[in-house]
Design a protein around this ligand. Sequence first.
Ligand code: NDP
Length: 310
Amino acid sequence: MPVNVLFSARPALWPVYEPLLTNGLSEAGLDFRLGTEFEPDEVDYVVYAPNGGLLDFTPYSRLKAVLSLWAGVESIAGNETLTVPLARMVDHGLTRGMIEWVVGHTLRYHLGMDKHITVQDGVWTPDAPPLAQERQVCVLGLGSLGQAVAQALAALNFHVTGWSRTPKEIDGVTCLHGADGLREALSRAEIVILLLPDTPATENTMNAETLALLPKGARIINPGRGPLIDDDALLEALGSGQVGHATLDVFRTEPLPPEDPYWAHPNVTVTPHIASETRPITAAQVICENIRRGEAGEPFLHLVDRQLGY
Ligand code: NDP
């Protein structure tokens, strides 16, 4: 009997993924059917993104796994109709994209680029930036993305402190964890990068209390998820100068509504959730490998802990 793989994501992605998944599943030697429409009780695997609209997995009686095209799984991790393994996306292309985006914005802050780009007022101010080795950068979240970003920044000689739920050891990075670790990490962070998942435990990680721990004028870069930040507290901290500038890629409501105060704030850069995206060529390989594993009875890669939500 063929393995039936349902593609449930933004319809525009189907023509991109269809040939890639067809190749990958053929190379895995599988007898398969791949499509955007099946009877639910025929489906073995769902290739999933939230914008595919699939919410109720109850009728998917022979489902073996849901394979997310997204790294962030907050919209499905708590879905009680889903009772089979959920794997999230860990994709080399997505990781490289995140490194480039974060390093770019970190260097922009570090070198004071905005000042020299936006103010061309004829005033010669020779304020050379320090070296990266004199700059304290903090990465909250040391998973597949946070760890890669922390290592890339350390390779540029930044002083990098990372924070995660469980203890870590990463070359060139001071790793902290737990509530005390967060306080220590933030108290010296001139630039904070948020790469935590959106879970009940991470909501409002940056709040009035934690923002107050930062050195005055610290910069925040958030490519993680909107709910990691208490927006009112951040606007307050931006107003007082406690936070000097924020670059925000993700928001509680997306697209960010036109009337949102972040758009017009002089000390905020808004980007439209473009920090990094899943790259179809590498992502299709991950999906096909997981289907191959499922069929061979091997453990799936990148499984989500449904209790923890990531
Ligand atoms: P991972 O699941 O690999 O890593 C998550 C990290 O966060 C881990 O280090 C984990 O700690 C840590 N963490 C989780 N909960 C807590 C907590 N309560 N306290 C402290 N640390 C915690 O995720 P990725 O690195 O792959 O991705 C991170 C996030 O980036 C995604 O969830 C997604 O929201 C976002 N993202 C944004 C994109 C964009 O374009 N803007 C693109 C892709 C992803 P531990 O290791 O100890 O478990």
